[in-house]
Design a binder for this molecule. Structure first.
Ligand code: AMP
Length: 227
């Protein structure tokens, strides 16, 4: 059973395949709008690292590039949404990924008289996603994202943002797993574009360009959606 979450703050969803830039853009929105980025991928990776029951169940599924069960993900999301910092508003990054998850989110928000403000679909070409994902890495200290081809730190291996040297690559960011993740996206997540369109909540943007240009367009959409 889902429990009531007492929040009246904005709830935004970023939709798009792996590599579309959801995480990068969500972090920019966090800074720009004082919202909290809520990534179920990050929450699951933390559960795997902590060795919780959910993490143990999710590990092999994530390594194969498949979707973790709705039950596990909805429970993890519900718990995180109830945290105090989320009461200022959230950007959901990587959730929902199935119709069951979308319906559970609607039900969860309805318990506190809320609904989502907007679901923004980041539109990209599949073919470019394998290259984007295969070359990406992040600073383990502050989460700043980098890429072998598109965005390298000024000094090799040193984060421009925090000066840390603990660069990390995700275990599932390899060509084989990316193919499975894209298949899962098209089969199970892409139908959510129609789901939110039917509710009049869908916005779409071309997300193939420069990060800052996309952030500007997205910022305009978010500003209108939460005001
Ligand atoms: P992400 O960091 O969003 O790319 O997610 C990494 C992996 O975590 C995915 O390939 C899935 O295995 C799992 N995952 C993240 N979010 C969800 C979700 N909402 N539903 C099911 N599995 C998820």
């Amino acid at each position: 059973m889902l429990e009531t979450v007492k929040t009246t703050a904005p709830v935004l969803i970023l939709l798009g395949p792996p590599g579309a830039g959801k995480g990068t853009q969500a972090r920019k929105l966090e800074e720009g709008f004082g919202l909290v980025q809520l990534s179920t991928g990050d929450l699951l990776r933390a559960a795997v690292a902590a060795g919780t029951d959910a993490g143990k169940a999710a590990k092999a599924v994530m390594e194969a590039g498949d979707l973790v069960s709705d039950e596990i993900v909805i429970n993890i999301l519900r718990d995180r949404l109830a945290d105090a910092d989320c009461q200022q508003g959230v950007i959901l990054d990587g959730f929902p990924r199935t119709t069951v998850q979308a319906e559970a989110l609607d039900a969860l928000l309805a318990e506190s008289g809320q609904k989502i403000n907007a679901a923004v679909s980041l539109e990209v070409d599949d073919a470019a996603m394998v290259t984007r994902i295969s070359g990406r890495y992040t600073c383990g200290g502050c989460g700043e994202g980098y890429h072998d081809s598109y965005k390298q730190p000024a000094q090799d291996g040193i984060c421009d943002n925090c000066g840390g040297s603990d660069m990390k690559r995700r275990a599932d960011d390899n060509a084989e797993t990316v193919a499975s993740r894209l298949t899962a996206y098209h089969a199970q997540t892409a139908p959510l574009i129609a789901y939110y369109d039917c509710k009049g909540a869908l916005q779409s943007i071309d997300a193939m360009g420069e990060i800052d240009g996309i952030a500007q367009k997205l910022g305009g959409i978010v500003k209108a959606a939460i005001s």
